[in-house]
Design a protein around this ligand. Structure first.
Ligand SMILES: *Cc1c(COP(=O)(O)O)cnc(C)c1O
Length: 466
């Protein structure tokens, strides 16, 4: 399998190089040269498979040339063996048509673990064959950071620098990052927003000298391997609910358009998906883009679902690439215009093409709380604010009622205990395996949102390590 950049001028790479590179050298994102697809018989054969076996079946075409099936299976067993539920990502029924898929049973209690536990092992596996040291740089609105740090702490040949917006992640989220004291883990609190942090990461990658001197790599959802790992659970849920004979819809609480793009890939691969519901909070650039063609950057409003407090959705570029007929130079021109003017108008024809698969809903704080209370009162499930945004959008959807809707539950409610308690009166407890968080020592730097300050910190830290 070969991968190409959405901007058309970076070299084609195999899976191993794409995984280690993260971002493409032309500023674009890597996507498979063509979408692999499964026959209905192959999808039917996924019924009854374990999560690991589903993962191997779904990811095998994407890793071809880099890992054989036995190697892939070993990595999946190691990654998903760390999940605390035997189903890995259990499905729960809420009512006659609403379902939840709980993606938060990994080590850091958010769905990011599903992809990052595997990515950490892929890095280790690929770096073992090479004489290179990797510097992973990431920006986090909360959950990516802890999941990436858990996946990479103590691993050989990798350092990780994680930028989070100071004071804008929950205390649990911050402590899950800053109490990991492994010498290869470096947390930086940025005096700015998540978008500032993400822009700084992009700027470091765009600084060619810096990027090659430190051999930068990304673990944000711009890394293709992460999206690939997320495609798996769409098939896993679909097979359990009757695919390929019955279509299924998914409601996906969205920020960076990563998780929901994985659903798009599953649809491209042949899974009958009736609809992908893109659920945003009041930071609604994706809703405006899909419903009105208005992909313009507003200001970020902090909400109870901070992992979705995003205005620029990096992975949306991957969908735009397909909507531009996979014309890299054309998309590159559009994205350069967007980067300059902070707005992009999506033409009606592209919007109509997207609308065949996607719908979108903007969910405000009141509707989110109502969904949390409904889940608790009617289905006896305590859900977190992100999952509640997905559920609200699922409940408000005008889809054919014979289609089951699976809401992706993206975080454990205890990660957002205050918001859950405000809505339901219930204070969810942190699972014992991450207890003790509040007693542990923290370590992190606080830096201004300036490229010079961050690059200087990375360089000093690297120099101190020699
Ligand atoms: C990251 C995250 C999201 C958004 O996922 P994207 O792939 O960025 O769209 C939603 N909910 C939670 C809890 C998250 O951590």
């Amino acid at each position: 399998m070969q991968y190409i950049s959405t901007r058309g001028s970076a070299p084609r790479l195999g899976f191993e190089d794409v995984t280690l590179a993260g971002l493409a050298s032309d500023g674009g994102l890597y996507v498979p040269e063509s979408w692999p697809s499964f026959s209905t018989a192959e999808i039917a054969a996924m019924r009854g498979l374990s999560y690991v076996d589903t993962a191997v079946a779904v990811m095998k075409p994407f890793v071809a040339g880099a890992l054989d099936e036995a190697e892939l299976k070993k990595l999946c067993e190691a990654a998903y063996g760390r999940f605390s539920h035997a189903a890995v990502v259990p499905l729960k029924q809420l009512d006659h048509r609403q379902w939840l898929m709980e993606l938060f049973h990994g080590p850091t209690l958010a769905f990011k673990d599903v992809a990052l536990q595997l990515l950490g092992l892929l890095f280790e596996r690929f770096l073992a064959r090479r004489d290179t040291h990797l510097t992973v740089i990431g920006a986090t609105s909360g959950d990516t950071g802890s999941a990436a740090i858990d996946a990479l702490a103590g691993r050989a040949k990798v350092d990780i620098f994680m930028l989070h917006p100071k004071g804008r992640v929950s205390e649990v989220q911050r402590r899950q990052m800053t109490t990991v004291l492994a010498p290869n883990v470096h947390n930086i609190a940025i005096e700015g927003s998540f978008d500032d942090a993400q822009a700084l990461v992009k700027a470091m990658f765009a600084d060619a000298d810096f990027a090659s001197r430190f051999n930068l790599s990304a673990v944000n959802s711009i890394n293709w391997a992460r999206l690939m790992a997320q495609v798996v659970y769409y098939f896993y849920a679909g097979a359990q609910l009757g695919a390929p004979d019955r279509p299924v819809a998914f409601s996906v609480p969205t920020g960076n358009f990563g998780d929901v793009f994985a659903g798009y890939v599953a649809a491209k691969m042949g899974l009958p998906i009736a609809k992908l519901i893109v659920a945003t909070n009041v930071n609604d650039i994706l809703h405006r883009a899909l419903s009105a063609g208005d992909y313009s950057v507003g200001t970020v409003t902090p909400t109870a679902a901070p992992s979705m407090d995003i205005q620029v959705s990096s992975n949306f570029e991957r969908l735009l690439f397909d909507l531009h007929g996979r014309d890299g130079p054309a998309l590159s021109a559009s994205m350069k215009g967007f980067e300059a003017s902070r707005r992009l108008d999506i033409p009606q024809a592209m919007r109509a093409e997207a609308a065949a698969l996607f719908s979108s809903t903007r969910v405000d704080a009141d509707r989110m709380q109502l969904a949390m209370r409904w889940a608790h009162d009617k289905a006896h499930e305590v859900i977190d604010p992100h999952s509640a945004i997905g559920l609200a959008a699922a409940q408000d959807s005008d889809l054919d009622p014979s289609v089951p809707i699976v809401t992706l539950a993206t975080a454990h409610p205890a990660k957002f205990g205050d918001a859950v308690e405000r809505a339901t009166g219930i204070r969810p407890t942190l699972p014992a395996r991450i207890g003790g968080l509040f007693e542990r020592q923290e370590r992190y730097a606080v830096l201004p949102a300036e490229i010079g300050a961050i690059e200087g910190f990375v360089a000093d830290t690297a120099a101190a390590a020699v």
